[in-house]
Design a protein around this ligand. Structure first.
Ligand SMILES: Cc1cc2nc3c(=O)[nH]c(=O)nc-3n(C[C@H](O)[C@H](O)[C@H](O)COP(=O)(O)O)c2cc1C
Length: 183
């Protein structure tokens, strides 16, 4: 199963447009999680206590683990997230907070080293930026999580940048990015 995690809030999102071209190249069949519609909430103390208790008992039957189970079972994951404030929309961080369940996406060795439990062979991270794209706090973070915590060995970045800078033709840049998708 290909999982599409869509963190694009704008209807005319260029990031989503590129991501859908990627998904078409991958075969066109995918399960989409459209984050703006998912009613994700930050972990409260109450929810955290409940989650910690369930994990300690090895009980993963609660619905709160559904996102984590879906993520861990995916064969390939495409994330679409525009470049916001040197990073990505908070919705994507909320999603990560909600999937990071020990025992489903990751487990820990005796020395504290995480060991990934996810099945996916790759995360393809698609982004667009108004100016020059800096990967440190967006793609870089997802890559570290994938490789060091989730056990997903490959992360690929597909990006279009300078889309909001006067003098640059955004439509052409997006079209070129789509034409040059290599996956
Ligand atoms: C809240 C917000 C924050 C942004 N922050 C940045 C930024 O830090 N650097 C940048 O180059 N562009 C920034 N932009 C511009 C977006 O990255 C750019 O317009 C992008 O293509 C939007 O993606 P979309 O068309 O998929 O919505 C920001 C836009 C918004 C709405």
């Amino acid at each position: 199963m290909i999982l599409y995690i869509n963190a694009c809030v704008r209807e005319a999102s260029r990031t989503d447009k590129i991501a859908r071209a990627v998904l078409e190249k991958l075969g066109g069949e995918y399960t989409e999680v459209y984050l703006p519609r998912e009613n994700l909430k930050p972990l409260s103390e109450e929810k955290l206590n409940k989650r910690t208790g369930l994990i300690a008992r090895g009980d993963y039957s609660d619905d709160m683990f559904n996102y984590a189970k879906q993520f861990a079972a995916a064969d390939k994951i495409v994330i679409a997230a525009p470049f916001w404030d040197l990073s990505f929309p908070a919705l994507l961080k909320l999603y990560i907070e909600n999937i990071y369940a020990v025992g489903i996406v990751s487990e820990y060795e005796a020395d504290g080293t995480p060991h990934g439990l996810c099945k996916a062979s790759e995360i393809i991270y698609v982004t667009t930026a108004g100016g020059a794209y800096v990967p440190d706090y967006s793609f870089g973070y997802i890559k570290d999580l994938a490789e060091n915590c989730f056990g997903i060995p490959k992360t690929t970045l597909i990006k279009a940048q300078m889309l909001d800078v006067v003098g640059f033709d955004a439509e052409e840049i997006v079209a070129n990015t789509i034409e040059n998708i290599k996956i």
